[in-house]
Ligand binder design. Structure first.
Ligand code: ADP
Length: 192
């Protein structure tokens, strides 16, 4: 199964994709985690990416696409994958489609996590205290929301037209949200 998670910052993509990973036993690819790791290790990619991430802007497509391409070429990803925080632009979505079509394994499902913006912002402010992410401050959060609406939300229509989009209510406890996701994934698996 190949699944993409789409949702505004704070919607819980990371939390839910980690749960789904345990449930489906397929690898998880989070571009946010990979970029934070590169930043932490102070690699050339990490240093460059930090200039964008720390201000809530998207890292340029070519850098992200190279990084994802490298990951997908590794054996664990042959069976399936859950993409979290990727694709985030139409160019990234098209490029992902191209490489998956080449492999003959198109996307199975695009899961949109949707929730009231103010609730999501409140969640992130709380998370900031626990995780100390540099980009979880009020100005950067507002910028990331804006970037989501302008650059990532158009993907919803892209996947809707392909008939693979399902929208899930992101509000509620992590367990409640996961039950909703599981129902969608189970139905998809049954349908083959
Ligand atoms: P969130 O969804 O809470 O914003 P992520 O961990 O997915 O968190 O992303 C954090 C930051 O990493 C983004 O604001 C962006 O700068 C960068 N990033 C992550 N994934 C991508 C991507 N696919 N394309 C461009 N930038 C990305």
């Amino acid at each position: 199964m190949l699944i993409v998670f789409i949702g505004p910052p704070g919607a819980g993509k990371g939390t839910q994709s980690k749960r789904l990973l345990a449930y489906l036993q397929i690898p998880h690819l989070s571009t946010g985690d990979l970029l934070r790791e590169a930043k932490c290790q102070d690699t050339p990619l990490g240093r460059l990416a930090a200039q964008y991430m720390d201000h809530g802007r998207l890292v340029p497509d070519p850098l992200v696409l190279d990084m994802v391409g490298e990951c997908l070429s590794r054996p664990p990803y042959a069976k399936g994958c859950m993409f979290d925080g990727f694709p985030r632009t139409i160019q990234q979505a098209k490029s992902l489609d191209d490489s998956l079509n080449e492999r003959g394994t198109p996307l199975s499902l695009a899961l949109e996590l949707r929730g009231d913006e103010n609730e999501l912002i409140a969640r992130m402010i709380k998370r900031a205290a626990a995780e100390k992410r540099v980009d979880d401050n009020p100005e950067t959060i507002a910028q990331r929301m804006d970037v989501y609406k302008k650059q990532t939300a158009p993907l919803l229509n892209y996947y809707k037209q392909r008939g693979i989009l399902t929208t899930i209510d992101a509000l509620g406890s992590p367990d409640e949200v996961f039950e909703r996701i599981k129902a969608v994934v189970d139905a998809k698996r049954k349908a083959g």
